[in-house]
Design a protein around this ligand. Structure first.
Ligand SMILES: [Zn+2]
Length: 81
């Protein structure tokens, strides 16, 4: 009835559902320094200069870092530290 090409799962939004098996098969991200698999959430704080075009502003950049050695996960950080 004219609805060809529409996948029912896509109409639910949020992408295909993920099972525990899918997660077990997925790659485990490890710390590039110490190979730990446990991470914490944290923030990097950046402050722009009062002389910059946006003036003095403080930004909290959310990152994920290694719980063992504190190395940030590159993929988690949107900017270069
Ligand atoms: Zn580490």
């Amino acid at each position: 009835m004219g609805n060809e090409g529409v996948c029912p799962q896509e109409m639910m939004g949020g992408g295909p559902s993920v099972s525990m098996e899918d997660i077990e098969d997925a790659e485990t991200i490890t710390c590039e320094k110490c190979k730990s698999v446990v991470f914490h959430h944290g923030f990097v704080i950046k402050k722009t200069s009062a002389l910059s075009k946006v003036g003095e502003q403080v930004f909290e950049i959310p990152i994920v870092y290694c719980a063992m050695c504190g190395t940030p996960v590159k993929d988690s950080c949107p900017i270069t530290l």
